[in-house]
Every structure is written in C-alpha cells, then in structure tokens.
Design a protein around this ligand. Structure first.
Ligand code: 6R9
Length: 686
C-alpha cells in the first residue's frame, strides 16, 4: 500500500494544547510515554492499584499468546468500583446519571440512589434465578435503567449481553441463543423520533423463534409509565403502540418486582479474569462474534483512558452520546466514567427531536463540559447548518471527543470551530469492541493534534504499521518527537511516512479474551494475519512525525489500475468540497482498471444535483488526491446505508454498484435506503 497517492489527509495545521488547558490537565508531562514504554506492565499496575480490590493480584500479566490474563489472582467487583466506593468516599449526593428522555422528561440519580436501585435490580435478578456466571440479555432503550441493569449484573457476578434496542427480532434471537442467556431484560418500548420502538413486541418475536435458555423476561415500563409520557418538548400524545403479548409465568413487570426488593445486595468479589460481559460485533460480513471481556483488566484500562483522554474533573458534566448497545456505551458511559465518579447525561432519543438543535439544547440545559460523539453525527450536524448551533449556548464545553470511524479533517475542523468555539481540544480516539478501551488517541494536555489523525498510542500501548508481507515497517516508535517538541523539548525525531496495516504488538489490559464459544475463530480472525501481533483489520498511515492516520477497514481499500486507494481518503476529499455533506466510496469491478471508484454523496442544504455540480465534485477529488482517484460514478442520494452505529455498509453499496441482489440488510438502521439507492443507481446507469 506504499503507493497511495498524497492525500488531503494531513494538509491542515496542527493544534498544540493551549497553555491554559495544559496548566490544569490531568496529565501534561510527555515523559509519561517513555515511562510507560519502558515498563508497560508496571504502568498498568499503577492504574489497577487505583481501583478497589477485594484481594490483590499476585501476577500482573500472564501472556501465552494469543491468550492474556491480567492481574491474576486478584478479586474485585466492577459495580463496587463504579458505584459503592464513591458513596463510601462521601460522594453519595453527587449526581451520577442525568436521564434526558426524548419527550423531555429529566430524571437524576445520585450515586447513593444508583447504589440502592442497582441493589434492588440485583436482588430482582437473583429472584428470577440469575446467579454467578449466568448471562443476562439486555434489550432496552437508552434510559438510566439500562446502565443500572448492566451494573446490577456485575454486582451479582452475572455477565450482561446488551443488544442494541434498534436490532431486529432475528438479530436478538441469534444473540440470545449464542450467549445462552437465562433472563432477558427489556422494556415496553423506547422513544425515538417522537414514535415508539416496540421493544417488548420485538422481544416476543425473537423468543417465538426459539430461545430455549430464556426462563424469565423482566419488562421495564418506559413508554407506558407516567415518567415516560410525552413531556413539555413533545407535541404529540403517546401514539398507539404494540406492547406484545404477556406470557404468564415467563414475563414479570419491573414495577411488580424491583421496587419491593431490599437495597441490601452485596457486591460479589469476582476473579480478575471473570467474565464481565459479552458484546456482539457484526462486522460487515458473517455471523456476529460474541466478544468476551473480563473484569480487572477491562476496568483498569477504561478507568485510565477516561481520566487522561477526557481529562475528567470532579465538576465536569460529561456526555457520551453512544447507546449502551455499543461498546462505546459500555466503556465510556458505564465502566470508565462511573469508575471515575463522573456526572453524566444519558440521552434516550434522536438528535432531531423535536428539532435539529436537540443536542445543543441538551448541552446548554445540563451545562455539558465534555462531549464524546461520532463523525457520522458531526457530518450530519454540518449538513443541517450552523443555525441550530448558533441559537444555543455552548460555552460550557471544554473538550470534544470523536469515535467510531475516521473523522475527515473537514468535519474535525467544523467540530473544533463551531461546537468547540476554537477553545476545546478535540480527541479523535481509535479503538474497537475487541480492544475494549481507547488505544490510539491524543492526550489533550500533551499532544499537538492534527485534524484527521488519532495521533499516538495511549501510554502503555504499542501499535505498529506492518506491510502486506507481515513485516513491521514502523518508521519511528513512540514518536514522542512531535509531542515533546510541542512541549518545548528536543527537536523531534522524524521518519518517512508509510501506509500499511495497523498492528498492536503487545498485550493490553482491556483486550478481548476471546470469541464466546469459538477459540479457533479468535485465533484465526485476530492472530493469524500478522506474526506475533494483534490484527485489528484497519489500515493506517504513519506520517513523518509518527502520527497514526487510521484509514478504515482493510477491506475498504480499492485497487484502481494497480494503485491502492483508501475509500476513506476519497470520501475525505469528497466532503472537502463545499457541496458535499456526506460521502461513501466503494470500488466496483472494472474490466480495465481492476476496480473503478463509485461515489455515493449526499449534498448539503442549498446545493442542487446536476451534471455541473457532479463534474465539479469529481474534479475536486482529482485535484486533491490525483487523477487516479477521480470517481467514475457519482450518485447523489438522500441517505446512505448505515448500521445503527453509523458505519457505512460498503458491502451493500458494492452489491448495488455491481448489480447484484442485495445481501443481508438486517443490521441496517433503515433497510429501505438501499432499495432506493439501487433504483437510483440503475436508472443513472441506464
Ligand atoms: C469504538 C468502536 C471499530 C472500528 C475500528 C475502525 C473504526 C473506530 C475510529 C475508527 C478511525 C477512529 N474506528 N474509531 N477509525 N478513527 N477514531 O467504534 O468500536 O464498533 O467495534 O468499531 O471502527 O475501523 O476497527 P467498533
């Protein structure tokens, strides 16, 4: 991949931390990188010691590739560390969760209240037969009870498997059975775009497909309860919705079971390597993989990264917009932030209900200081225009984060300028369900950021770039150069820029411990591609300063007339054109070139489709990257096929462009989108 043309990535200036930010930062000494590199296991032990252990570990790391055990012999409880220890430290009255419902209802829970409620839920789960080691499937809307159910599982030593509340009955069915869940916790419904997602009805459908391990179903009443009823921000009344069919003996109402439970529910001391949760990741092809995470190492790394990457302070109001159905909601709503005793917003609904300013109204209303969201959301806000941000007071914000896909410099700069008022550092964090916690990221008090680059591995993490033959071609490691330079240190080390495959070359505490029930697949998917290193499946460029520029999935690299071109680079050039709001690029089979570039674009408000606009956009890409990257096809569309976490399903776009029948669309947020696209593409062709 070394012949990738010079791209729009890296053209923009860099942003060193301001003196004011650095002066107050949780970590400002670039020396932490060298210290951690010299003794990574010791570095992580230092963090683990800041958690509360029922019993200390005797061995920090046992590494029998590809199987790692961290803090062996230690015992701890994740819920205790996220809740009880803050209450015991006198922070019982501190607000933990601010539940902002889509209809406008707000419910606050202090740490003491969370402890009591989580204890009641824990006792309720026990009453339903859940014990240590059992799996509980959770299919709920993003209300405060969702994180509390997760913590209740951790409290009693059960494992949760959260399935995103937007998934279909088939997806839920498959995940329940793979995990062998004993109990399903769901809700009557959740609010989304002013309507109701009928969770109980869908759960019933899933169970009707056959889930032999499920004994009981606990149903939280969200939409039907007074609290969940439409509030001041909603215009409509509660719509009619289907609550499914009540099955006596199987189904239990939350209100009939949870409130009457005792608040006395001891935290089970768990082995450091005890199963904490399973989370399914679909990837773009194949059967979903149940990613396994355990307790001590996972909690250590989520705790550490939250504290340093988000620079969390006791008085911050933090808001990670991810749903707990995704790993981001596990690591950066529940475990990392709560282990740090944070006050955070948990928002139930969509960003455009009742209006497109909902996020900014929410920031203003709760005085949010730290916002962590995804590039797909940021680009959507850009497309909507600045009027929605301008009418809200965003001055409480002091730090912005991005996660989920590569953020193109254009969106980064917009986020920094419009949302951050040019005063907030932007942390672009690269990681995966499998890595459990942030791996490549700026540290906001140290790193000079470059828009579009996730910059450096977190201290104690070692990443590298490998070539196609599995050779480590990393030009400079650690790359303190740029960092130290920004801090006024020695002249930075530099090396030649290279493009290749991202690798993680030493074990890390929150790494996945396997794929549930399939150790062979674990080896094959992650540990067979690169010699001695973990293979995340992403491409990366490493620039002259040793900064990592994540390029998306390896399978998203096109081979056009013998040149490797990353779909992400072309997308980045497309959205750099003023008319383009969002873009998705794929390579379609081409007789002569091998692959031809097909681009699907959404125009910004105020721009009309037409041959002139399209020619100008294509020319812009050629100008930015080179003629080789000029798209052959350009289709203007209203919507792109995305998974519900915002990842573009390129496989489906390839099906469209190559005229095939559409593959599996069950994980799409809106399955109608591809059918429309297919018609559009085919009429453009014909
Ligand atoms: C946390 C999460 C993982 C994949 C990952 C990569 C992409 C995530 C990114 C990023 C570039 C970033 N990704 N963050 N790419 N820059 N900052 O998203 O987990 O849903 O498992 O997805 O997302 O391709 O491999 P998950």
């Amino acid at each position: 991949m070394s012949d990738t043309p010079r791209t729009v990535l890296g053209d923009s200036p860099s942003f060193p931390p301001s003196d004011a930010f650095r002066a107050r930062a949780n970590v400002a000494d670039p020396g932490v990188y060298a210290e951690a590199a010299a003794d990574p296991v010791g570095f992580w032990e230092g963090w683990a010691r800041r958690l509360d252990w029922a019993e200390p570990w005797h061995t920090a790391l046992e590494w029998e590739p590809p199987f790692a055990k961290w803090f062996v012999g230690g015992r701890l409880n994740a819920c205790f560390n996220c809740v009880d220890r803050h209450v015991e430290a006198g922070l019982g009255d501190k607000v933990a969760l601010i539940g902002e419902g889509e209809p406008g209802d707000v419910r606050r829970f202090t740490y003491a209240q969370v402890r009591d409620e989580v204890s009641r839920i824990g006792n309720a789960l026990k009453a339903l037969g859940v014990g240590k080691g059992d799996r509980v499937c959770v299919y709920m809307p993003m209300v405060p009870e969702l994180p509390m159910v997760m913590l209740a599982c951790a409290r009693i030593g059960a494992a949760h498997s959260v399935v995103f509340g937007g998934f279909s009955a088939e997806s839920l069915h498959e995940r329940i059975n793979d995990a062998g869940a004993k109990v399903l916790v769901t809700a009557d419904g959740g609010w989304r775009r002013g309507g109701v997602v009928e969770l109980k009805r869908i759960a019933d459908e899933a169970l009707a497909l056959g889930c032999p391990t499920v004994e009981r179903v606990l149903v939280y009443e969200r939409v039907g309860s007074a609290l969940g009823a439409p509030g001041p921000q909603s215009t409509a009344g509660t719509p009619e919705y289907d609550q499914g069919v009540w099955v006596e003996g199987r189904d239990v109402r939350w209100a009939d079971l949870v409130p009457s439970q005792s608040v006395d529910c001891p935290c089970e001391p768990m082995d450091s390597e005890a199963l904490l949760f399973i989370l399914y990741t679909s990837g773009s092809t194949g059967k979903p993989k149940g990613i396994v995470h355990t307790t001590g190492g996972y909690l250590t790394q989520t705790y550490a990264t939250t504290q340093w990457v988000f620079d969390l302070k006791p008085d911050d109001v933090y808001w990670c917009t991810a749903d707990c159905g995704w790993v981001t909601g596990h690591s950066y709503v529940v475990y990392g932030p709560m282990a740090n005793g944070v006050t955070q917003v948990v928002y139930e609904g969509s960003p455009d209900t009742p209006d497109k300013d909902r996020f900014w109204r929410t920031v203003e209303k709760h005085g949010v200081t730290i916002l962590y969201t995804a590039p797909t959301a940021i680009r959507t806000f850009m497309k909507w225009g600045d009027e929605y941000t301008e009418r809200c007071d965003l001055s409480s914000l002091r730090l912005l984060g991005s996660v989920g896909e590569p953020i193109n410099p254009e969106a980064w700069l917009w986020y920094h300028r419009v949302i951050g008022g040019e005063r907030c550092p932007v942390v672009d964090t690269w990681w995966q369900t499998e890595t459990g916690a942030i791996m490549v990221t700026p540290l906001p008090g140290i790193t000079a950021t470059k828009p579009g680059s996730a910059t450096q591995p977190f201290p104690g993490i070692r990443t590298a770039v490998f070539d196609e033959t599995g050779r480590d071609v990393t030009p400079i490691h650690g790359a303190m150069g740029f960092v130290a330079c920004a801090a006024g240190g020695e002249a930075p080390a530099t090396g030649p820029a290279v493009t290749g495959i991202l690798a993680v070359t030493q074990p890390w505490p929150s790494m996945l411990r396997g794929i549930w029930g399939d150790p062979a697949r674990y080896r094959q998917v992650y540990w067979s591609r690169l010699p001695g290193a973990y293979f995340p499946g992403d491409g990366t460029r490493v620039d002259e300063d040793g900064y990592f520029w994540l390029l998306g999935r390896i399978d998203d690299v096109m081979l056009v007339s013998g040149h490797n071109i990353s779909t992400m680079e072309v997308e980045s050039a497309l959205v750099d054109h003023p008319a383009v709001a969002e873009a998705a690029v794929i390579g379609r089979a081409h007789e002569i070139k091998g692959q031809a570039i097909a681009a699907f674009v959404i125009l910004r408000a105020g721009f009309a489709p037409g041959p002139e606009t399209e020619a100008a956009i294509k020319a812009h890409v050629a100008h930015k990257i080179g003629a080789i990257a000029r798209p052959d096809d350009l289709v203007v569309c209203a919507e792109l096929p995305k998974t519900r976490s915002g990842k573009i399903m390129r496989r489906l776009l390839r099906d469209v462009a190559e005229g095939r029948a559409l593959g599996d669309t069950t994980t799409l947020a809106d399955p109608g989108v591809v059918a429309t696209l297919k018609d559009k593409y085919e009429s453009a062709e014909g």
